[in-house]
Design a protein around this ligand. Structure first.
Ligand code: FCB
Length: 441
């Protein structure tokens, strides 16, 4: 009789993922804050405001994570707080982050620190942001300060969060600042970001002997709507190249692939000690001769699939297994640095969490070296262009009153982390309909 409990390896990291601008509050010195002041940019005119008030009260979040039995947390440091003007470092801000990491350590939680998660200091934006190639030098100067200040408390660094999403949303879709729609700019920004990643990878290793440096890649699947239609397959492939392979090929094989360019990127080669997978959903892609601006592709969600809140996509847990298998080819440790769903009433999340973790477990059975899972996210936070309309938290937050209310998923995730397993009892209690699907009969 097969074992009915899905065990995870000893030492597996159970964490939550967050980012500075989305949770700290009053990040007035970055480009997102300025963007939020412009009418029409954020859904329902929402603003980050006090966010989850974490800058003032980080211990509220840390205590909750510790009480849940988590042993890992991914958080980002805010460049615009640390370097308030070009070359002007606010040492008090660095001290504050030091205190935070120390507080995490005291609670038995290992910090994974992201150095750039979508937000740029306003002074950088005024100089052209990531279109200005000097940004690489600026970024390294800032990274050096951070690693010197925080290196006592962590050696696990994520240089950049999702350079593909940052460049796509800001320069192609126009939904993130600076709101451009320009393909040339999109890939110029992506290339510069990946060069900055590689430079940071080297600099961090010079500063810290035992550093473990990676980046977080948002891997999204683009599947042909009609699997046997050659044109659907072609446009799906183009999407995959543009969104996924450009980044992966550059930082692993040291090669630019179209549309990011073509040719060697030798200084970028093998600049990963580990890779972060941010996995959410997939798109179906259909050839459309009228969609010239979109590379002749129409993207949609499977009408048969279970839709997620706010048009976020479809529930597609198999993508977790597929993504991990694809990334396993690199032969380096993998962290799932983000995964979750928007679900204000928590009627899908417990099931979604179990299904995604089951797919992760399957990948582990195939010896994919997954070392940890960071759920996005602990507490509802400011969801960029979607404002407060998408609720990804295990804990519900009322941003007006700062009242926090754990959703059932919080208890489920705590139980999984504490038992380092998905047990039949948990399945039965949180998603009994899955017992039939996942358990041996
Ligand atoms: C990812 C971002 C993260 C959050 C989640 C929902 O693309 O990295 O900040 O917005 O999506």
């Amino acid at each position: 009789m097969p074992e009915a409990t899905f065990h995870f390896p000893p030492n597996f990291r159970w964490g939550v993922a967050t980012s500075s601008h989305q949770i700290e509050g009053n990040n007035t010195n970055n480009q997102w804050w300025a963007w939020e002041q412009q009418p029409g940019r954020i859904k329902e005119g929402h603003q980050s405001g006090l966010a989850c008030d974490v800058w003032q009260h980080p211990e509220i979040e840390f205590d909750r994570a510790a009480a849940m039995g988590l042993n890992a947390m991914r958080l980002s440091v805010e460049w615009s707080r640390i370097e308030v003007a070009p070359g002007r470092i606010d040492t008090a801000a660095l001290d504050r982050y030091r205190e935070m990491l120390k507080a995490l350590r005291e609670r038995g939680i290992e910090p994974l620190v992201t150095l750039h998660h979508f937000s740029d200091p306003l002074w950088l934006t005024e100089q052209g942001g990531w279109l200005n190639v000097n940004v690489i030098r600026y970024f390294i100067r800032y990274v050096e300060q951070v690693v010197r200040a925080l290196g006592e408390y962590t050696n696990l660094w994520c240089t950049l969060n999702e350079p593909n999403v940052y460049s796509y949303m800001g320069y192609m879709a126009g939904l993130f600042p600076p709101g451009k729609q320009d393909m040339r700019m999109t890939f110029a920004v992506l290339r510069t970001m990946l060069q900055a990643h590689a430079a940071a990878y080297r600099r961090i290793h010079r500063l810290q002997e035992n550093a473990r440096v990676g980046l977080a890649h948002n891997l999204r699947f683009f599947d042909p709507l009609r699997p046997h239609n050659l044109l659907d397959r072609l446009v799906a492939w183009v999407r995959d190249m543009g969104f996924n392979q450009t980044t992966l090929q550059a930082v692993w094989n040291g090669w630019w692939v179209p549309p990011a360019g073509f040719g060697p990127a030798l200084t970028l080669r093998r600049t990963l000690d580990w890779l972060g997978l941010n996995y959410y959903t997939r798109d179906l892609v259909k050839f459309d001769p009228a969609a010239k601006a979109d590379f002749f592709a129409q993207t949609m969600h499977d009408p048969q699939a279970e839709p997620l809140d706010g048009g976020y996509g479809e529930l597609y847990p198999q993508g977790m297994y597929r993504a991990l298998k694809q990334l396993a080819r690199l032969g380096i440790p993998i962290y799932v640095t983000e995964n979750g769903i928007p679900d204000a009433d928590d009627d899908q999340r417990p099931r979604a969490l179990l299904l995604h973790l089951h797919q992760l477990w399957r990948a582990l059975q195939d010896n994919v070296p997954v070392q940890g899972y960071y759920h996005w996210t602990l507490t509802d936070n400011f969801e960029w262009a979607e404002g407060w309309t998408l609720r990804f938290g295990l804990i519900e937050l009322d941003p007006q009153t700062q009242r926090r209310t754990p959703r059932p998923s919080a208890d489920l995730y705590a139980a999984i982390a504490q038992s380092n397993a998905i047990t039949p009892e948990l399945l039965d209690a949180y998603a009994p309909e899955l017992c039939k699907v996942l358990l041996p009969s």
